[in-house]
Design a protein around this ligand. Structure first.
Ligand code: ADP
Length: 643
């Protein structure tokens, strides 16, 4: 048995591996870059070795340093997780040559599946159906073009060394072939240092269905399928097991083919055989084709664990230590349905750009299995994958798993960063997904509908204003700040911005705690404890309202607690107070949102801002001057439109 395991990875997968190791009584050793010194995976392990640096090249990809760390700290095994060094056959070999246990497949099996063309040839020999196409040596334009003509358009050009959709081009017409080939080749050369390509028939309405396999070097079993057809730019977004509308006969045929594939290369450990399935009609036994084999644990392995009730990492650790397969094929039974959603720190509205920064608030919804590598207060850095968590829901059938996942996502609250949470919620409610009839093109076809931004209702503005003032029960506990409201009537105005829209919200606090909110003339009268239907959180100068969609309001507040905009251009003291600071001179041009005056009242500072661009006129405010409520401190004369 393994005594001490070095986990050569980070994030959720390192935490996940550490959990299984701990349950088996195996000590754990983390590695960490400088950027990850405080990361959750370091805290999840018994010990850590700091490799320094920020980029993967300086840390998680330093094979020599990792092996040396294992030896120095008495680890006898290395688990690579996924990504980084997990599919590097030279690393697998070096680990074993150093006398350590490699928790993964034999280096030769990784090598055999490393290039798409060699893998296809090998699979064809083993009797595994492959996508019709050309994977020959000759790479001349004439030969490739001839192959495309024989296959029939549309075709797909794929880099043999490809991954992550790079070096892949769909070609619809012969006259476009040469140009697409050139761009695929140059992308492949740049990304993989290998320009070779293969040509495949483009499968219409493709579904991505993969089979989890597991081997012990002697025998292999299959562990059912996962449907990963919901992809954005060839990246999986939602995965589920089993695949919707999968006939048993097709499952058996795919499972047998996957086992043949694994046994053909003497496979040990967890692996995945990916198939592309023609989804234009009902699934049948000759409409699936081998695409590639991933010789590692997959991101989406939890859905398989959920329906089988097994721990794939524990299996990996047992088999790596010389154990045999824990179960025989006829002892493996699936039950229920499981769906995983990948929650990312990314801005769905801005082309899914990664969103970097601190997770000020992080609260996962109930009823989910959460695989995460970050905690509240943690950072999403620019150095690694911006995944926040994998959220997994399992139920007796697909509809209940889906319901559970949706509810969990809707109750998930994240503030501080942009996330794809709302996109996931929209996707899970897409009618084709709900019906289980979809292919890999669903997201691209319906991108606009899936990323539509919400429009806040007046009540949302009201709630956001109260949240910003610390007058809601939810979110951060700011009751101390609001205590004075119980005794003193107060009218306060607050400027909020939602995308391009600026609104002034007036909040009156009556003695006894009655709150009246005025949003553009619409009045909301609210008791002190009736406002928490829509959870709200104030984080880093923004008010977040959660629900089916997240509304994020900027609280216009360049300095202190609140910012006030006077809608008619007059900057008026909202309450008696002391002018602490004047930011402008008479005649100065200001932009909307610029601070004009800071007023101190009730021991709080209020920044009064311009709500529109213009020139400062009638500036009466002087520093250290005591003013009464309603006094006009300045007027912002709106800029004249150019004729
Ligand atoms: P990579 O290794 O770059 O991720 P894959 O070969 O795994 O490339 O393919 C990625 C995705 O591209 C698949 O999940 C599928 O959606 C699509 N795809 C691959 N091959 C075909 C094909 N022959 N026809 C249609 N779509 C395909």
């Amino acid at each position: 048995m393994i005594q001490k395991l070095l986990i050569a990875n980070r994030g959720e997968i390192a935490c996940r591996i550490a959990r299984s190791a701990r349950e088996m009584g195996i000590a754990t050793l983390a590695i960490a870059s400088e950027a990850d010194e405080e990361a959750l995976h370091v805290q999840s392990c018994d010990e850590a070795v700091y490799l320094g640096g920020h980029s993967p090249a300086e840390s998680y990809l330093r094979s020599d340093a990792i092996i040396a760390a294992a030896q120095e700290h008495g680890a006898d095994a290395i688990h690579p997780g996924y990504g980084f060094l997990s599919e590097d056959p030279d690393f697998a070999q070096a680990v074993q040559e150093a006398g350590l246990i490699w928790v993964g497949p034999p280096a030769a099996a990784i090598r055999a599946m490393g290039l798409k063309d060699a893998a296809k040839a090998l699979m064809q020999k083993a009797g595994v159906p492959i996508v019709p196409g050309y994977h020959g040596e000759t790479q001349s334009l004439e030969r490739l073009q001839q192959a495309a003509a024989e296959i029939g358009y549309p075709v797909l050009i794929k880099a043999v060394a490809g991954g992550g959709g790079k070096g892949m081009r769909r070609v619809d017409r012969p006259e476009e072939f040469a140009a697409h080939l050139a761009s695929a080749q140059s992308e492949a050369q740049g990304a993989f240092g290998n320009a070779r390509v293969l040509i495949e028939k483009f499968i219409a309405n493709p579904r991505h269905i993969e089979i989890q396999v597991f081997g012990d070097g002697q025998k292999a079993v299959h562990l059912y399928e996962r449907d990963c057809s919901l992809q954005r730019r060839h990246q999986k977004v939602i995965e589920e097991a089993p695949a919707p509308h999968m006939p048993n006969a097709v499952r058996d045929a795919m499972g047998r083919a996957a086992v043949r594939a694994a046994q053909a290369i003497g496979y040990a450990s967890a692996g995945t055989v990916e198939f592309i399935v023609d989804g234009s009609d009902a699934l049948n036994e000759d409409s699936f084709y081998f695409m590639e084999m991933n010789t590692r644990l997959q991101v989406e392995h939890p859905v398989t664990e959920e329906i089988l009730g097994i721990d794939l990492v524990a299996w990996q650790l047992q088999v790596a230590a010389g154990g045999l397969l824990p179960l025989k094929q006829d002892e493996i039974h699936a039950q229920g349905h499981s769906i995983e959603a990948r929650l990312y720190a990314e801005d769905s509205a801005q082309g899914f750009l990664p969103s970097i920064g601190q997770l000020h608030h992080l609260n996962f919804g109930p009823g989910l299995r959460v695989e995460t590598g970050v905690a509240q207060g943690g950072q999403v850095t620019p150095y690694y994958d911006p995944m926040i968590a994998k959220l997994i829901a399992t139920g007796p059938d697909r509809a209940s798993a889906l319901r559970l996942l949706l509810r969990g996502l809707k109750l998930t609250q994240i503030a501080g960063l942009k996330t794809n949470r709302d996109f996931l919620i929209a996707l899970l409610q897409h009618e084709d997904f709900v019906a289980g009839s979809f292919d890999t093109g669903l997201i691209a076809r319906d991108m606009e509908g899936l990323t539509r931004a919400p429009v806040p209702a007046p009540e949302d503005w009201a709630r956001a204003a109260l949240c910003a003032m610390g007058l809601l029960d939810t979110g951060r506990d700011r009751q101390g700040d609001a205590g004075f409201t119980l005794f003193t009537p107060l009218r306060q105005s607050l400027a909020l911005r939602y995308q391009d829209e600026l609104q002034t919200v007036h909040v009156s606090l009556r003695p006894g705690g009655q709150t009246v909110v005025d949003v553009a003339g619409e009045i909301f009268e609210l008791g002190p404890r009736t406002l928490s239907q829509r959870p709200a959180v104030l984080a880093a100068g923004k008010a977040y309202l959660f629900g089916e969609q997240t509304l994020v309001f900027d609280v216009i507040d360049p300095l202190e607690r609140t910012a006030t905009v006077q809608s008619d251009g007059a900057i008026t003291a909202p309450m008696p107070g002391l002018v602490k600071q004047v930011f402008v001179r008479a005649g100065q041009e200001v932009a909307a949102g610029d601070p004009i005056v800071v007023l101190e009242a009730m021991k709080m500072q209020h920044t009064l801002c311009a709500d529109h661009a213009g020139r400062v006129e009638n500036l009466t405010a002087r520093q250290d001057q005591q003013v009464d409520a309603g006094v006009v401190l300045a007027v912002i004369e709106a800029a004249q439109e150019d004729a």
